[in-house]
Design a protein around this ligand. Structure first.
Ligand SMILES: Cc1ncc(COP(=O)(O)O)c(C=O)c1O
Length: 405
């Protein structure tokens, strides 16, 4: 198939729910992607935070090939060696005490599980989530997600979800009632614009939840696996939640969702109360074992911290140069660049020039590159971004050439 045939077929046959870029990607290696015409891209989006090890990591590829010859599916009503191995590797790295897991297939599913678990364990219905939060788009996860453009077409959502202002302990304290089962939040809001909480907030929240006997659930779907320069985002503040949701990179690129909890909390689920057919399939778990081995063995968390510092410094240098940049923020390789206007043109221009960057809301460019991105690739991305910002700045200074949005 050529480029046009691929695009036409997807447009015709796939639900029209993704804001598509007109690029057909066919190959990837580490932090480089190639399109169907052989054009090369620096990947600063890692499939929305999946490809943290880089694309087609050799250890993951080898593990998938080997396991594919052995066994691909095995329902969790039977035991399996790879599932057992993966659970051991996983709980060896999760924060102390979070050592009982439910395996599923996506971030939203890991949140669904956490919501059900909180209700079952506490016997209470209400979940407090944050204004600006993103937790996925299935009905339960969507009820915790904030943005009305995702919510409103699907009302009514699941009852007993309440949103409070983020980074404000007093508002959480006021909102907690005898109905509250849990407080659910992302340690750093990703989709909400890469918002890092003030230093005392998460420790304070931990204390409030403990005092009020309410579960603290961290959605670490985007902030885990070394992304922020720590294995888990919450470790930047030394805070351990009662329940944690994980997904995206944990199976080296194959679909996975994970809900981990303290043993006594996860034990609130009785046989049959929660399940999914693909829970901990052998192929996914083999890939997951290789992914965790690569993350730890190649010290990618430490790499994310140092490469992230380098990228942040480069972005701050751009801020000094371009008035249209309002703020640079984030931790490790989870960085945001807030502009004073819509980032759409910049995202498009960078893609045309071989650099793939995400947005996070209207005004924020989001950098979620694979942890293996090189300094040379960062330099290229920065040069392309610099030129795009300059062009946009000039266009806006000269209204006759103002871009359309
Ligand atoms: C923090 C957070 N939670 C949940 C989700 C939903 O994950 P998925 O798209 O795999 O359902 C996402 C996806 O971006 C996310 O960033």
């Amino acid at each position: 198939m050529n480029e046009k045939e691929v695009i036409d077929a997807e447009n015709r046959l796939m639900a029209n729910v993704f804001g598509k870029r007109q690029i057909v990607i066919t190959k990837g290696k580490a932090a480089t992607l190639w399109d169907i015409n052989g054009k090369e891209y620096v990947d600063c989006m890692s499939s929305y935070g999946v490809a943290l090890l880089g694309h087609c990591h050799p250890k993951v590829v080898a593990a998938i090939k080997e396991q594919a010859d052995q066994l691909i599916s095995c329902h969790a009503s039977l035991y399996n060696d790879k599932r057992s191995e993966f659970l051991q590797k996983l709980t060896a790295i999760t924060p102390k005490g979070l050592d009982k897991a439910f395996l599923s297939n996506s971030g939203a599913e890991s949140v669904e599980c956490a919501i059900k678990l909180a209700r079952k364990y506490t016997g209470r219905p209400e979940i407090l989530a944050m204004m600006g939060a993103f937790h996925g788009k299935t009905m339960g996860a969507l009820s915790a997600t904030w943005d009305k453009k995702y919510r409103e077409p699907f009302l009514p959502l699941v009852p007993e979800f309440k949103h409070v202002p983020p980074d404000n302990l007093e508002k959480v304290k006021e909102a907690i009632s005898e109905k509250t089962a849990a407080v659910l939040l992302e340690p750093i809001r990703g989709e909400g614009g890469i918002r890092v909480p003030p230093d005392g907030y998460l420790p304070g929240l931990r204390q409030v939840c403990t005092e009020k006997n309410v579960l603290l659930i961290f959605d670490e779907v985007q902030t885990s696996f070394g992304r922020t320069g720590k294995l888990f985002g919450c470790q930047n503040w030394g805070v351990t939640p009662d329940v944690m949701t994980l997904a995206k990179p944990f199976a080296g690129g194959l679909p996975i969702g994970i809900t981990v909890a303290k043993e006594n909390i996860m034990s609130a689920f009785k046989v049959g109360e929660h399940s999914t057919t693909f829970s901990g399939g052998p192929l996914v778990c083999a890939a997951g074992c290789a992914a965790i081995d690569a993350l730890i063995g190649e010290k990618l968390t430490e790499k994310a911290a140092s490469t992230g510092k380098y990228l942040k410094t480069c972005l701050e240098a751009l801020q000094d140069k371009h008035m249209i940049i309002k703020e640079v923020r984030g931790l490790g390789l989870m960085l945001g660049l807030e502009l004073r206007f819509d980032v759409y043109n910049i995202v498009q221009k960078c893609a045309q020039n071989g650099v793939l960057i995400l947005d996070a809301g209207r005004n924020v460019l989001r950098f979620l590159p694979p942890l293996v991105i090189t300094k040379k690739q960062i330099d290229k991305a920065i040069a392309v971004l610099d030129a795009a910002l300059e062009e946009e700045e000039n266009a806006r200074a000269n209204p006759s050439r103002t871009p359309t949005n």
